[in-house]
Write a protein that binds this ligand. Structure first.
Ligand code: DGT
Ligand code: CA
Ligand code: CA
Ligand code: ZN
Length: 565
C-alpha cells in the first residue's frame, strides 16, 4: 500500500476518535500520518521493528501499518467505522456542514443524524452553539430539507439491492419469512431507505447476520427487534423482526404510505376496532394480523396492491370497490424501443432479439437514433441497410419477431428529421424531443402535437423529458397532448429507464382518463437493460393502468393493428 494511502487512513482514524471525544490517541495517529507523508521509501519494505523506529510511530501504530501492507485492510479501522454511531454521510451532505461542525454537533448536543439535527434546530438549540447564529440555524433547516430530497435514490438502484438482502436472509435456516416493505414495495420512483421485515425464531442471530453483511459500512443502531445500518453509497436499511401472527399487519403498516395508514386506522376506529403494526384488535383481542389479505377482508375491501397505496382517496376507492384490475408484471408481450450498435447502443440486433426472447417477449422493435440527432445516428443509407438486415434476421430467427423502427427527432419547430417516404417503410415510428427544452409551453406543446399529427408516427417517447433529480419536465400542456394522442391514435410511452420513468404515475392516471393508449418501453442501450421493463410496469401500476390500456400487452398478431398498415 502507498504511504499516502496509509496516511489517509490514519487521519480518518484520528477524526473518528476525535469526534467521540477520545483523548491523546488522535494526536498520535495524526503525528504518524505526518511521518508517513514525508517518508521517501515505501513502508512496504519495512518490517514492524523498523517501522517502530520511525519518529512518531509507536509499537501499536507500527502493527497497524504492517497489517495494512500485508492484507490491504485494517480490522481496527473497519470496526471503528462500524461502531461510530454518527451518520457522517448524511450530515456532511447538508450544505454548510463539514467535519468540524459534525464534531461540534455531536460533542455539544449528541447529534448523530439528520433527524436529531432537525429536531434540535427546530428547538432553537443550534443557534446557541459556538460559531452559530439564528440565521445559520434557519439556513440549516432549509439545507436539511434539500439534503433529504437529493439523498433519495432511484428505485432502479434500490430494488435490486433490497431484493439481494431479502434473498440472502431467506436462505438462512432461522428465517421463516422475509419481505421488503416501505416505498420500495410501493415502487415509488425514488426511495428514502430500505425497510425489511423478518419472521424468525432467533432474532439475535439474524440481527447479528444483518449488521455484519459485506456491504454494511456502519451500524447506526442495533437491538433485539430492530437494526439500522448504512450500506455503501449512503443507503440506509432497516430490519425489523415481527411475530408471525402480526406479519400481515406489520407489512401493511411498514409498507405505508403514512397517509394510507392513518386512513386505515380511522376506518378501524369507525368499526370499533384498533389497527396497529401488531394487528387488528377488537376489545384487545386480535381478529386479524397474519396476512394483509385477512385485514382487508375484515374491512370488506378488495386487496389494495402496494403500488396504489398512496393517498386517503385510494382507501376510499377501495372501500367503494372502485380499484382497477392492475396490469401484471408478466403481461407484456414485447418491447418497442431499443437501440443497438447501429447507433449508440452496445449490443447487436441479434443479441437484443435473443435476450428479449429469453425474457419471454414475442416481439421487439429496433428503434435506433437518426443522423439528424447525433453523429452516431443513422442516415438514410444506414436505415435502409438495417431494414434489410432485420428482414434477413426475421427469416432465420425463431420464436421472436423483430419490427423495423426508428426513434426520430422532433426539431425545434416540430419537424421530423426523416422523410415520410422512409417512415412509411417502417413498422414502428417513435418521435421524441432531444433539444430545445427551454422553449415556451406553447412551442413545446406544438412540437409534440405536430409530431403526433404525422400519419406515420406511432409513439411519442419519454413525452415530458424529465430526468429524476436532474432535469425537470418540459413545460407542456398535458391535457392537449392527451387529447391529441386520442384523436391521432398516437401512443404515449412510459419509458422504463429508472432515471426517466416518463410518463410518470400522475400523468399516466390522467392520460387514462382521457382514453389514451400507452406503451411500456425500456429504451435499452444494452441487452441487459431489457430487464428494466419491470420499472415501467411498476410505474403504470402506480398510475392505475389495466392490461387493456397498454398496447404491448397484445399478442404478436394483435399488435400489428396498432402499427402502420
Ligand atoms: P421513504 O423511505 O422515504 O422512501 O418512504 P417510506 O414510505 O418507506 O417511509 P419510511 O421508511 O419512513 O417508513 C416506512 C413505512 O412505515 C411508511 O411508509 C409508513 C410507516 N410509517 C413510518 N412512520 C410513520 C408514522 O409516523 N405514522 C404512520 N402512520 N406510519 C408511519
Ligand atoms: Ca423506506
Ligand atoms: Ca425506514
Ligand atoms: Zn440512444
Amino acid at each position: 500500500m502507498k504511504n499516502m494511502e496509509i496516511a489517509q487512513i490514519l487521519e480518518e482514524i484520528a477524526d473518528l476518535l476525535e469526534i467521540q471525544g477520545i483523548p491523546y490517541k488522535p494526536i498520535a495517529y495524526r503525528r504518524a500520518a505526518e511521518t508517513l507523508k514525508s517518508l521517501s521509501e515505501p513502508t512496504e519494505d519495512l518490517n514492524q521493528k523498523k517501522l517502530n523506529e520511525l519518529p512518531g510511530i509507536g509499537k501499536h501504530i507500527a502493527g497497524k501499518i504492517d497489517e495494512l501492507n500485508k492484507t490491504g485492510h485494517l480490522v481496527y479501522f473497519e470496526d471503528l467505522k462500524k461502531e461510530c454511531p454518527i451518520d457522517f454521510e448524511s450530515l456532511l451532505a447538508v450544505e454548510g456542514i463539514g467535519p468540524k461542525t459534525v464534531k461540534l454537533l455531536y460533542q455539544s448536543l449528541k447529534i448523530k443524524n439528520l433527524d436529531e439535527l432537525e429536531e434540535q434546530a427546530k428547538h432553537h438549540r443550534i443557534r446557541k452553539l459556538k460559531g452559530m447564529s439564528e440565521k445559520k440555524e434557519a439556513n440549516m433547516l432549509e439545507n436539511i430539507k434539500f439534503a433529504r430530497k437529493t439523498s433519495r435514490k432511484l428505485l432502479g438502484q434500490m430494488l435490486p439491492l433490497a431484493n439481494e438482502i431479502k434473498n440472502n436472509l431467506k436462505k438462512l435456516d432461522k428465517v421463516l419469512d422475509v419481505e421488503v416493505a416501505g416505498s420500495i414495495r410501493r415502487r415509488k420512483e425514488t426511495i428514502g431507505d430500505i425497510d425489511i421485515l423478518v419472521i424468525t425464531d432467533d432474532p439475535q442471530e439474524i440481527m447479528e447476520y444483518f449488521i455484519n453483511m459485506d456491504n454494511v459500512e456502519r451500524v447506526i443502531a442495533t437491538g433485539p427487534t430492530k437494526s439500522t445500518v448504512k450500506l455503501i453509497e449512503n443507503v440506509s436499511c432497516d430490519l425489523r423482526e415481527v411475530p408471525a401472527k402480526s406479519f400481515g399487519s406489520a407489512l401493511l403498516y411498514f409498507t405505508g404510505s403514512k397517509e394510507v395508514n392513518v386512513e386505515l386506522r380511522k376506518l378501524a376506529i369507525r368499526n370499533g376496532w384498533k389497527l396497529s403494526e401488531y394487528g387488528l384488535f377488537k376489545d384487545n383481542k386480535i381478529i386479524a394480523g397474519k396476512t394483509e389479505e385477512e385485514i382487508f377482508r375484515k374491512f370488506k375491501m378488495k386487496y389494495m396492491e402496494p403500488e396504489i397505496r398512496e393517498t386517503s382517496e385510494d382507501v376510499e376507492s377501495a372501500l367503494q370497490g372502485r380499484l382497477p384490475h392492475l396490469i401484471g408484471y408478466s403481461d407484456l408481450k414485447g418491447d418497442l424501443q431499443m437501440h443497438t450498435k447501429c447507433s449508440d447502443g452496445k449490443s447487436t440486433i441479434k443479441d437484443m432479439a435473443n435476450y428479449a426472447f429469453s425474457l419471454g417477449h414475442e416481439y421487439i422493435a429496433i428503434t435506433d437514433h437518426t443522423a439528424g440527432l447525433s453523429l452516431t445516428g443513422m442516415d438514410e443509407e444506414k436505415i435502409k441497410i438495417q431494414m434489410k438486415e432485420i428482414d434477413n434476421l426475421n427469416e432465420k430467427i425463431e420464436g421472436i419477431t423483430i419490427f423495423k423502427g426508428l426513434e426520430v427527432d422532433i426539431d425545434s419547430r416540430g419537424k421530423l428529421d426523416v422523410k415520410d417516404d422512409i417512415l412509411k417503410e417502417l413498422d414502428v415510428v417513435i418521435a421524441s424531443i432531444h433539444s430545445g427544452f427551454r422553449q415556451s409551453k406553447e412551442q413545446l406543446t406544438m412540437r409534440i402535437i405536430a409530431a403526433m399529427e404525422n400519419e406515420y408516427v406511432n409513439i411519442i417517447a419519454h413525452p415530458t423529458g424529465r430526468k429524476i433529480q436532474q432535469r425537470d419536465e418540459y413545460d407542456l400542456d398535458m391535457d392537449r397532448i392527451f387529447q391529441t394522442s386520442v384523436e391521432t391514435d398516437t401512443y404515449l410511452e412510459v419509458n422504463s429507464q429508472p432515471i426517466r420513468l416518463d410518463l410518470r404515475d400522475v400523468h399516466i392516471r390522467k392520460a387514462l382518463k382521457f382514453g389514451c393508449k400507452l406503451v411500456i418501453n425500456t429504451d435499452a442501450h444494452t441487452k441487459e437493460h431489457l430487464n428494466d421493463i419491470q420499472y415501467g410496469i411498476a410505474t403504470v401500476r402506480r398510475g392505475w393502468a389495466e392490461k387493456e390500456n397498454i398496447i404491448n400487452t397484445r399478442s404478436l398478431k394483435a399488435i400489428l393493428r396498432y402499427f402502420n398498415s
